[in-house]
Design a protein around this ligand. Structure first.
Ligand code: 13P
Ligand code: SF4
Length: 307
């Protein structure tokens, strides 16, 4: 009862501050339920980048991980991008550096470099084109005239894209520590419990998990699939935070997480209280330095052109 009263007050104050600051709240599909409820817009990496680039708000409160807020800063240098918890990073994004890309280019001078959006801004400044899990296959298909393609940092996404496009990709040894926790035996077990269920998984999962799936999709494409499919039950192979949104959007359907252990601790750092404090103090600001921004924006704009 007391918690509800406090939360109502927090939500009321957040609403007032959003108006006063001309702010919007963008939240990734993995955020905590209470954060998802507060968001003006929920989405996957590609949708959140698009939304950031189109908003007329002066302040964007980014509830996600650091590379997402950096991407918004690159796209909107005239806006203030703030994170309620700036320590929310993406371990996969930090598995590659700008120096690594320069070295790869030296080793493969004729290659075009595709980088997953899960990378730091300094890395994006070295890329030819970015992609997200939603458009990675289309991005590689758009490079038909290129002889060699480097694809970083996620080796499992690279493997999936390579299989889908028939292109040999020069990959990196990066991976998502959360998605690799989903194992083939998890999918097999859930299928035994729910034989009528469809299986959707994220392309950051292990190839042995992808092999058992009906569909391999980004988080928002999973939401779209859940709405459109005739299936009443879906086994979901991604970070568990997505289940809340899927249930909200489809109250008559059943969703089963493939593995409860697939939790991204960084995605859970943002809370209602921290959103309130960030709007009160307009902190912590995420701002990409101009020289890096100028070099990174081309790769991001090219990504936004490809559906
Ligand atoms: P999506 O773009 O599919 O939302 O994925 C982002 C991410 O970080 C997955 O772990
Ligand atoms: Fe990064 Fe994986 Fe977390 Fe996504 S789920 S933000 S890829 S660590």
């Amino acid at each position: 009862m007391l918690k509800k009263f406090i939360n109502n007050n927090i939500e009321k104050r957040i609403k007032e501050l959003k108006k006063k600051r001309n702010a919007i709240i963008l939240a990734h599909n993995y955020q905590l339920p209470e954060v998802q409820d507060l968001a003006d817009y929920l989405g996957d990496s590609l949708e959140l980048s698009r939304k950031a680039s189109l908003t007329s708000a002066s302040v964007i409160v980014f509830c996600g991980v650091y590379f997402m807020a950096e991407t918004a800063s690159i796209l909107c240098p005239d806006k203030k991008i703030i994170m309620p918890d700036v320590s929310a990073g993406c371990p996969m994004a930090n598995m590659i550096t700008a120096a690594d890309i320069r070295k790869l280019r030296k080793e493969h001078p004729r290659a075009v470099v595709v980088g997953y959006v899960n990378t730091p801004a300094e890395v994006k400044a070295e890329l030819d084109i970015c992609c997200t899990s939603s458009n990675a296959v289309a991005v590689v298909n758009s490079l038909k005239d290129k002889e060699e393609i480097i694809f970083v940092p996620d080796k499992y996404l690279a493997d999936y894209v390579s299989k889908k496009t028939g292109r040999r990709l020069i990959s990196w040894n990066g991976f998502c520590p959360t998605h690799i926790k989903i194992l083939p035996e998890d999918i097999k077990r859930e299928k035994q419990f729910h034989p009528a269920a469809k299986v959707v998984v994220h392309p950051e999962c292990l190839p042995s998990v992808l092999a058992l799936a009906d569909e391999v999709l980004s988080t928002s494409k999973m939401c779209q699939y859940a709405k459109e499919t005739d299936a009443r039950e879906i086994i979901v192979g991604t970070e568990v935070g997505l289940i809340y949104r899927l249930k909200q959007d489809n109250p008559t359907k059943e969703f089963y997480p493939a593995a409860e252990r697939a939790v991204c601790p960084n995605m859970k750092r943002t809370t209602e209280e921290k959103i309130l404090w960030s709007l009160e103090e307009l902190k912590e600001e995420v701002r990409v330095p101009d020289d890096i921004r100028r070099r990174a924006i081309n790769a991001i704009n090219k990504m936004l052109e490809i559906i």
